[in-house]
Design a protein around this ligand. Structure first.
Ligand SMILES: *[C@@H]1O[C@H](CO)[C@@H](O)[C@H](O)[C@H]1NC(C)=O
Ligand SMILES: *[C@@H]1O[C@H](CO)[C@@H](O)[C@H](O)[C@H]1NC(C)=O
Ligand SMILES: *[C@@H]1O[C@H](CO)[C@@H](O)[C@H](O)[C@H]1NC(C)=O
Ligand SMILES: *[C@@H]1O[C@H](CO)[C@@H](O)[C@H](O)[C@H]1NC(C)=O
Ligand SMILES: *[C@@H]1O[C@H](CO)[C@@H](O)[C@H](O)[C@H]1NC(C)=O
Length: 355
């Protein structure tokens, strides 16, 4: 109960920072006329920061506090370390602390959740479609992508499916796109239709195995990351256009699979929106109000992500003007853990409070 209240009061402070919503101190109000981008069908819903999703609770998804199994696929933002099941500290994440998957599992959970995390750093949807086009030639021949995460999951699932798993008490969270763009941006118009053909096919595999509740996460504005901004070429402009393209195609895909699979529930979590809100105004939420620098990353911290660990989550290096959690960016395009905390908070809140 206590957790529900603290969740609500945190969100209330977010609402009061949002001009459109205008919540009074103890009543959470929903805008009378949803903005045009706020599109919910009966089993699909885009959920924007500050807006609970409007999926019908009568479909297979009931609420966050009924989730027992969280099955996760993604890349470095989502990776929680080599232990697939319920990772424990010390967290091997890209944010110098627990990431949004960890925090959904044990901080903002409203039930005892088993998280099975198949995410691997560097994963695009399908490396074979973008090999050799980006600055990171390492996409070629790497074995980390959604296609191979699914193979891994499928291979283990039939034998190791947890005893209590059901279609309605499990939630599948899928987050790709950053590496597709990073590796493939030089050939994006050729690659993106093929990427989405595969994204759709890989989703279908999960559906055929019985998965019915899905959260898709869209791509944040990586064009505003230090890597893109400091690059001094057209990379930021290219990435920006590709993020828009990727996120647009993702919405179309969700609409299509929502129409096809009327016995399943689909959420789109707008990670792009939460990044944009915080980068524009760190006071957007209490959780991110401690950010001082939203444009740079500090070398010592970035190096620590790539190699030597740093002493603590809140460490302040003498060689950096600020402590880790005062930077939005931990490395070139990975955010620090407060942003993950806000993301997890919004996901949990939205998944609980269906309207
Ligand atoms: C949330 O997860 C933690 C860690 O597994 C657990 O101790 C706690 O009981 C869970 N909360 C609820 C409400 O089940
Ligand atoms: C661009 O991508 C398409 C589709 O994957 C591929 O057929 C083509 O060879 C790529 N072009 C270059 C220059 O890599
Ligand atoms: C199942 O998971 C294990 C451990 O992560 C992995 O080594 C193995 O390859 C997986 N099995 C299949 C058939 O994918
Ligand atoms: C930011 O992080 C990247 C690694 O992701 C690193 O290469 C770069 O040097 C860092 N930038 C600064 C200014 O330290
Ligand atoms: C996440 O935010 C909550 C609420 O402000 C706070 O209690 C918790 O310590 C935060 N967790 C992390 C890892 O920062």
């Amino acid at each position: 109960m206590l957790q529900v209240f603290s969740l609500t009061s945190t969100l209330l402070s977010i609402y009061s920072a949002l001009p459109l919503i205008g919540a009074s101190p103890n009543v959470r109000s929903v805008p009378a006329a949803p903005p045009p981008a706020w599109v919910c069908g009966w089993n699909t819903c885009r959920f924007l920061p500050g807006n609970p999703p409007a999926v019908s609770p009568s479909s297979v998804y009931s609420s966050w506090d009924n989730v027992r199994y969280l099955e996760v696929f993604g890349a470095s933002y989502t990776y929680t370390g080599p232990n697939i099941i319920n990772p424990q500290p010390p967290f091997q994440t890209s944010c110098n602390g627990p990431n949004y998957i960890d925090l959904m599992t044990y901080q903002w959970n409203q039930s005892l959740i088993e998280t099975d995390n198949f995410a691997i750093s560097g994963s695009p949807v399908d490396w074979t479609l973008i090999c050799g086009d980006g600055p990171l030639q390492t996409a070629c021949g790497q074995n980390n992508d959604f296609v191979r995460q699914i193979d891994w999951y499928v291979g283990n699932f039939s034998t190791n499916k947890p005893a209590g798993w059901t279609p309605s008490n499990s939630l599948y969270l899928i987050a790709f796109g950053i590496n597709d763009i990073n590796y493939g941006y030089k050939n994006w118009s050729a690659a993106s239709p093929l990427i989405f053909k595969q994204y759709h096919a890989s989703f279908e595999q999960l559906y055929q195995l019985g998965a019915r509740n899905f959260v898709f996460v869209n791509v944040p504005p990586i064009d505003r990351s230090p890597t893109a901004v400091d690059d001094g070429t057209t990379i930021a402009a290219d990435w920006k256009a590709d993020v828009i393209d990727f996120n647009g195609r993702l919405e179309l895909m969700i609409e299509a699979i929502g129409n096809k699979h009327t016995d399943a529930t689909f959420f789109l979590y707008d990670m792009n929106g939460v990044f944009t809100s915080v980068l524009d105004n760190t006071a957007y939420s209490d959780i991110t109000a401690g950010y001082i620098d939203t444009t740079h990353n500090c070398t010592v911290y970035a190096d620590s992500y790539l190699g030597a660990p740093i002493p603590s989550m809140t460490y302040k290096s003498p060689d950096c003007p600020y402590a880790v959690p005062q930077y939005f960016w931990f490395s070139g395009y990975h955010p620090t853990y407060p942003l993950h905390n806000l993301t997890a908070n919004e996901l949990a809140f939205g998944l609980q409070h269906l309207v």
